[in-house]
Design a protein around this ligand. Sequence first.
Ligand code: ADP
Ligand code: MG
Length: 680
Amino acid sequence: MINLTDNITKLPGISDKRAALYKKMGVETVGELITHYPRGYIDFTSPIAIGNISGEENAVIRAFVSKKMRPYLGKITVYKLMLTDESGSITGTFFNGEYNYTRLILGREYIFYGRVSVNQFGQEIINPIYIPVDEVNKLIPKYRLTAGLSQAIVSANIKTAFDLLKEFPFSDLPEEIREEYSLLSHGEAMVKIHFPASSEESNVAKRSLVFKELLILQLGLAMIRSRNRKLTGAQMGLKSEQKQLEGFYSTLPFKPTNAQIRAVNDCIRDMGKQIPMNRLLQGDVGSGKTMVAAALAYYADLNGFQTALMVPTEILANQHYKSLVDFLEPHGIKTVLITGGMSAAEKRERRALIKSGEAGVVVGTHALIQKGVEFASLGLVVTDEQHRFGVGQRSELISKGANPHTLVMSATPIPRTLGLIIYGDLDISLLDEMPKGRLPIKTYGVNSSYRERIYKFIINHVNEGRQAYIVCPLIEESMVSEKTGAVKYYNELRESWFRQIPTGLLHGRMKQTEKDTVMEKFKGGEIMVLVSTTVIEVGVDVPNSVVMLIENAEQFGLSQLHQLRGRVGRGSEQSYCILITDSDSPYTKARIDTMSETSDGFEIAGKDLELRGPGDFFGKKQHGLPLMKIGDMTSDTLILEETQSLARNIIKDDPELSENVELRQLVAELFKETSEYGFN
Ligand code: ADP
Ligand code: MG
C-alpha cells in the first residue's frame, strides 16, 4: 500500500532513473503523479495519409503492418515494422519494444499515434501508441512529457499508482453542491480523467475537478473580500475639496493631465462614501500614477487621515519616498520611509512617528505590514505595481486601519473579467493620456555586430549631458549560458569603451545601502551610464535618461521589455530603446517587431498573452494567487462564473465558513503557501 506523499520510486516500474525524469516535470510524489493531468486526449478518429506527412510532427495514421524487420540487437534493441496505407509506407520504430513488436500482427490494420522523425533512412514514427481500428473511439490521454518518458509509460505508472492506493484520501465538496452541479466525487473524477471510457466521461471528470478547484479559490477570495466590505472608519467629506486640491496642483512642477484630474476626482468621490473605496488605477508606464497617489494623500491628510503606500522593491520605495516628499512637504505633510533594510533603531523611530500620527504619509516595502507597525489613523492604502503583491498582503495592510480606502496602481493591463476575479468588485480609473510633450521612444532591434556603434551613440548622448541604462539578463556569467552577466559586462566596459564615462552597476545581490547609493548617484548625475539587471524594471524614474540598451533581448518577455523601455522617454528629449539579440527564433522576432511597432501597453500585453499563452502570463508571480492545478482562469470562464456566484452566496450567509468546515479546510489547504491569508 502507498500514500499520496510517498516518493514515486515506491511504485513498481519507477526506477531512480525514471524518477529523475519525472522530477524534471515537477513530479516527485505519488500525489503529484496522479495530478499530472492529461492535457487532452489523442484523437484517433481523423488519421492523415502517410503520403501527406510533411516533416517532423505528431501524427495519427491508419495503416497495415506490412512487414516486420529483423530486430537490431544491441544495448538498446530496436524493433522496426513497415506500416502501409493507400498513400505510402512509413517505418514504425520501437526502442526496446519487444512487447509491441510481438503484439502487432502482420497484415492487420491499426491506428497509430506518435512523433514522426525524419533521418537518413526516411520517415519513422517513433514508439507510437496504437489501437486496433475497431477501438477508434477509445480515449487515450496525452500527457506533458520530457525526453525519455512516453505517453504509454506515464499512463501505466499512473495506473499502478491508482491500483496501489488503497483508498482515496481526498476531501470532497459537500454532497449538496456535488448533486446540484452534477459533479463526481474527487476520487472518481481523478480516475476518470486519466482513464475515461468515453468523451462524456472525461468531460464530466474534468468539469468536476475544475469546478472544485475554482470554487475553493473563489471562496478564499470572497472571504478576503467580505472582510474588507464593512463600513469604513475613514469617510472623508471636506466640502471645499476641489478648491483645496487647486492648492496642491498649483505647487506641482507641471500641469496635471485631464486623465490625472479625472482619476483623482473619481477617488475623492469614492472616499466620501460609507463603503471603503476599492479602485484600480490603470495607467501605462510613464502616465503619472505617482502624482495621483500624492494628490490623494494630500486630500486624506486634509481630512485628518494617514496614507500608506506599499511598493514591491526597496529601490522603488526610496524613489517614491523622494517624489512624495517633493510633492507633499511644501504643504507641511511629514512623509516617512520604512523598509526591511533599515536598522532596528531606525525602524523604531519611524514606527513611533507613524503611531503618534506625526507622519502623514508612510512609504514602504513589505516592512509596512509587519507586526510592530501601528497607525494613528490609517485612512488610505495605496499599492503600486500591485500584481507583485498577494491579495492577502494587501488585506494585511488594510487591517491596520479602520477599513481604509484602497487604491491599487498598476501598469499591467489586465483583461476586465480577470481583473474582477483577482481583485473583486473593483472600480477602475484609466490614465489614458500621457503627459504633454513626450516624444515616442524610437525602438530598434539589432544584432551584436552593432554593439560598438551603439556604445558610440551612448557616449555622444552622455557628452551632451544625457544618461543611459544598459540591462543584462544575469548577474554573473555562468558556464552553462552565454547570457551576458552584468558584473562582467560592467567590468569590461569600464576598462574599454566607457573608461571616460562615469558608469555604475546595479543588481539584486548588492546590499541595500549599496543599491541606494548607486541609484542616488544615478539620479544626481554622478553616474551617467547604469549597467543593471532587471532590478530597475519597475517604476524607476530618472527623466534625464534617454537610452535604454537591452542585451540578450531574447531572454525577456514582451511585458518586461515594455516595462524596461518605460524607464526612458520620461522627459522632453527624444529617447531610444535598443534591443540586441543574435537569436533568430521567430518568437524573438515577433517580440522585437511588436516592440518596434507599438508603444501601447495594452496592445503589447495582448500580444504577450497571445505569444506566451495564459498560463505563463497569469502565473503565480503575476497575481500572487495560488497556482491552479487544472483550472484555467482565462479559458474556463463559464465554470469560473458559476463558482464565483456560488462562492459569493455561500460567503454571504457564512462569511468565515464556520458552518462549512469541509470547505474551510479546503480553502486553507489551497492557500497554505500564502500564510498571510490567515485561513487556518
Ligand atoms: P508611472 O505612471 O509610470 O508611475 P510616474 O508617476 O513615475 O509614472 O511619472 C513619470 C514621470 O512623469 C515623472 O517624472 C513625473 O514627475 C512626470 N509627470 C507626471 N505627471 C506629469 C504631468 N502631468 N506632466 C508632466 N510630467 C508629469
Ligand atoms: Mg510608477
